[in-house]
Write a protein that binds this ligand. Structure first.
Ligand code: UN1
Length: 507
């Protein structure tokens, strides 16, 4: 397997520091942890500071100190810095993408998409600096003005996962920063190099010292310190529902603003009139793209019995052709899982699945040749799964697809909604009435018609119902809500006391 020469090699790893108050510094203990290439664990991507509670405290202080000046800067000016950052990311897109494939594992085309998603949200939010709309409305009283404005909340704690190591930090940091908050950013310990490259570009773009602080390290040392700090009033977090609930409890004690983006068990419904080749394309892409490690990944196919057999044949035939390997090597379709623990977890679910459904293809770690050095798992399909089976209910976050046959459209909607999650859902059909019913009745934050469950664009709200989140949305204008307080302002220019609700009574 070819080990890339940039941005660092196994012999010359990139050593990452913390970024606090505009300076790259060692942590107080100087202890480090390694980031490994998931396609070849012999390749050390870099060594990164194991930040502590003390380091995190310093980062929070720096963000607090930077807040008054940053919130006072006109939002369009903040947007201009963000625009420069977007341009820098675009210029460095290939370098960032290759670094991402090496550190996180997704194939290079998908890594480019991840970086592009970061660029897209940066441009979108740069423009938001000149919008950030409030309401200006008539007052119920004469000679009185009424309007509402948005204001920043303070220091934002941004805790991000590894599966979109550029896009998700940007989804969170761009709206936080353009609205005038300052940031303490704790990336996943599986992707500290991507985070470091991102923050380097932010510094180069001109975000002032202290507006963005990076602390790498564990969830216990860094993440919990951010969540518990009385000086971090707003938190945005993406990971599992179990961790999200724990964070919600802790943040709830201080009534913090908290935006959670959590688990999914996204389903594709295939009706008997569907274009089965198109459905096969959509299902394979959303089930095995990113090796199933997207919050939006499809892990359930709910198919009308009448077409279950031909659909399954197509899925099996195509899944067989998927090539596993290092995402920088040409022709590779599916990269590795993020780490050995993920391989174990997927393996455990396959064990559960063998007892619940019929294994059609896959079902084991892929260890032939060079793959043995990485965290590879064969794309896996189970058929004959029942809606309430564990593999049909629990988030696996790997390349495992359950095919659930149902009698008709109504049974499909019931099965689709029979989950504690509600991120994305899709339907393949040529029947416009069925499509509209699905759009109305699917319990999900994102619904696709004749497309898979992945591929959300950055200018629409992103997020899910039920245990997928807590009602907040990322991306689009909706993201602004998570990072701003409303302030309603009344200006009375009548020159005398006017009492709302009292002086406006009918004569
Ligand atoms: C995620 O998996 O957490 O819609 C984000 C998609 C991507 C974003 C996924 N645009 O699949």
């Amino acid at each position: 397997m070819a080990v890339p020469v940039a941005p660092g090699t196994a012999a010359d790893p990139a050593n990452g520091n913390l970024f606090i108050a505009g300076a790259w510094v060692d942590g107080v203990t100087g202890e480090t942890f390694e980031s490994l290439n998931p396609a070849d664990r012999r390749d050390v991507v870099g060594r990164f500071q194991a930040g502590t509670a003390a380091d995190t405290g310093m980062a929070i202080k720096a963000a607090e100190a930077a807040f008054p000046a940053w919130r006072s800067m006109p939002a369009p000016k903040r947007g201009e810095i963000m625009y420069r950052f977007a341009e820098l990311m675009a210029r460095h897109k290939e370098r960032l993408s290759q670094a991402m494939t090496r550190e996180m594992g997704k194939v290079i085309a998908e890594a480019r998409g991840d970086v592009q998603e970061g660029i897209d949200i940066a441009y979108l939010m740069a423009g938001e600096g000149r919008r950030m709309f409030g309401d200006t409305v008539p007052s119920e009283l004469p000679d009185k003005w009424a309007m509402s404005i948005r204001q920043p909340i303070g220091v934002a704690g941004i805790i991000t996962p590894w599966n979109f190591p550029i896009a998700i930090p940007c989804w969170k940091m761009m709206p936080a920063l353009v609205t005038g908050n300052t940031v303490v950013f704790k990336p996943s310990s599986d992707t500290p190099h991507c985070a470091t490259l991102l923050v380097e570009l932010m510094a180069e773009a001109g975000f002032p010292p202290g507006t963005i602080n990076l602390v790498t390290g564990s969830g216990e040392a860094v993440g919990d310190t951010i969540v518990d700090s009385p000086d971090v009033p707003v938190i945005s977090f993406t990971s599992s529902s179990a961790t999200g609930k724990r964070i919600a409890e802790r943040a709830g004690r201080r009534l913090k603003r908290l935006s959670l983006e959590l688990g999914g068990k996204n389903g594709v419904v295939v009706l008997r009139d569907a274009d089965l080749d198109l459905a096969t394309d959509g299902i394979l892409w959303s089930a095995f793209g990113t090796t199933g490690q997207r919050c939006t990944a499809c892990s359930r196919v709910i198919v009308e019995q009448a077409v279950a057999e031909p659909l399954l044949e197509r899925l099996e035939a195509r899944a067989k052709t998927l090539k596993l390997g290092y995402g920088l090597d040409p022709g590779v379709d599916v990269g590795p899982l993020i780490n050995p623990a993920a391989v174990d977890k997927v393996g455990r679910y396959v064990g559960i699945g063998r007892a619940e459904g019929d294994l059609v293809i896959g079902g084991s770690a892929a260890t032939a040749g060079d793959l043995a050095h990485g965290n590879f798992f064969n794309p896996t399909i189970f058929s004959g799964v029942k809606p309430m089976d564990r593999i049909g209910q629990e988030e696996i976050f790997g390349p495992v697809l359950s095919v659930i046959p149902v009698a008709d459209f109504d049974a499909a909607v019931t099965a689709l909604n029979q989950t504690r999650y509600g991120l994305s859902a899709s339907i393949f059909t040529r029947d416009v009435n069925a499509a509209f019913r699905a759009m109305r009745d699917f319990e999900a934050g994102i619904v696709y018609v004749n497309a898979g469950t992945t591929g959300a664009e950055t200018h629409l709200p992103f997020g899910g119902w039920k245990e997928t989140g807590n009602g907040h949305r990322e991306a689009g204008h909706a993201a602004i809500e998570s990072y701003t307080e409303w302030k309603s302002i009344y200006v009375d220019f009548s020159g005398h006391l006017q009492r709302a609700q009292i002086d406006n009574q009918p004569d």
